[in-house]
Design a protein around this ligand. Structure first.
Ligand SMILES: Nc1ncnc2c1ncn2[C@@H]1O[C@H](COP(=O)(O)OP(=O)(O)OP(=O)(O)O)[C@@H](O)[C@H]1O
Length: 299
């Protein structure tokens, strides 16, 4: 897989350490989430990678090339700050100005407005736009020069549920077209719905970097119930495919260590004379996995 970005031991110290020795790679075509609470170093990381903040130490390569020069910046579309458009000009006129600065032909304007579902409103003044529309116009502006990577810092901040869904759908459709996306958010739910990969930041330190699916290496668990609880527990333990078997609120919870389907387990237990009144295979939510991860790094 082609590497778009390689970050090595990146550190920024203001008065205190804002970003602490983080390393991660971004591969082409994936959507990466930079997940962490306010003040965990997301914007500072973006600032360094976009050359607006000087790093204290560490290095990175964009497209295999050290640092961030002007040629590299042309391949990156970024929305880091609040949208900055002329309030009395239409969306179209505002984008004409951006297109002229970026040397992009005007025919691209309708394409990007279409991508963010604003084509029908292109003649309206920016000041008449809702917050969600303003945010979508910023995404359109960042897409004008056909970037290979799109960087979004908290793209749904302050939006209502409908606005959040619209932005999420737009991000998903941009990702489908092959653009690599890096999105910072403090919202776990957002990362889970948009991203294939995640870097979890806690007080400037990356406590996890990898695929969202593998964030916890848990294979999930079974919830089971049978009349003879003792026999069920001892039989489950004898099967040697569970890392733990515990009783919780009248249900038996068996953590899976070796993959097995619910029907196969049901059959195995039936062969041992156990008929189940409840059997369900479940996986911990990302939130549970995330909290577990944070707990582990606290200990
Ligand atoms: N210019 C600066 N001078 C001093 N400290 C700074 C500066 N910029 C950021 N910081 C500090 O660095 C830490 C990380 O801030 P940063 O803005 O990168 O976090 P964040 O995860 O993006 O949070 P938010 O979502 O609130 O923007 C914070 O403690 C912040 O106060």
């Amino acid at each position: 897989m082609e590497k778009i970005l390689e970050v090595k031991n990146l550190t920024k110290k203001f008065k205190h350490i804002a970003v602490n020795n983080i390393s991660f790679d971004v591969e082409k075509g994936n959507v990466y989430g930079l997940l962490g609470p306010n003040g965990s170093g997301k914007s500072t990381t973006f600032g360094m990678l976009l050359s607006t903040i000087n790093p204290t130490s560490g290095s990175w390569k964009w497209f295999g090339k050290e640092g961030t020069d002007t040629d590299t910046l042309k391949k990156i579309g970024a929305i880091i700050e609040q949208p900055n458009f002329y309030p009395y000009l239409s969306a179209e006129k505002n984008l004409e100005i951006v297109a002229a600065i970026k040397g992009v032909p005007n025919k691209r304007i309708d394409e990007v407005l279409d991508t963010v579902n604003l084509l029908a409103r292109k003649q309206d003044a920016f000041k008449t736009y809702s917050l969600g529309m303003k945010q979508r116009l910023s995404i359109a502006s960042a897409l004008l020069a056909n970037p290979q990577v799109l960087i979004l810092d908290e793209p749904t901040n302050g939006l209502d549920p409908e606005g959040i869904i619209q932005i999420r759908d737009i991000i998903n459709s941009i990702a489908k077209s092959g653009t690599t996306i890096i999105v910072a958010s403090h919202l776990l739910d957002e990362i889970e719905k948009i991203c294939s990969h995640v870097i979890v930041l806690k007080q400037g330190t990356a406590i996890y970097s990898g695929s969202v699916d593998a964030m916890s290496n848990t294979k999930g668990f079974f919830e089971l119930k049978a009349e003879n609880t003792e026999l069920l527990i001892s039989t489950l333990n004898q099967l040697n495919i569970f890392s733990s078997v515990k009783e919780r609120e009248k249900l038996i919870i068996a953590q899976i260590s070796e993959d097995i389907s619910a029907s196969e387990l049901n059959r195995k237990l039936f062969e041992q004379g156990i008929s189940l009144s409840h059997l369900q295979k479940k996986k911990e939510s990302l939130e549970t996995q995330f909290l577990e991860l944070v707990k582990q790094t606290n200990s």
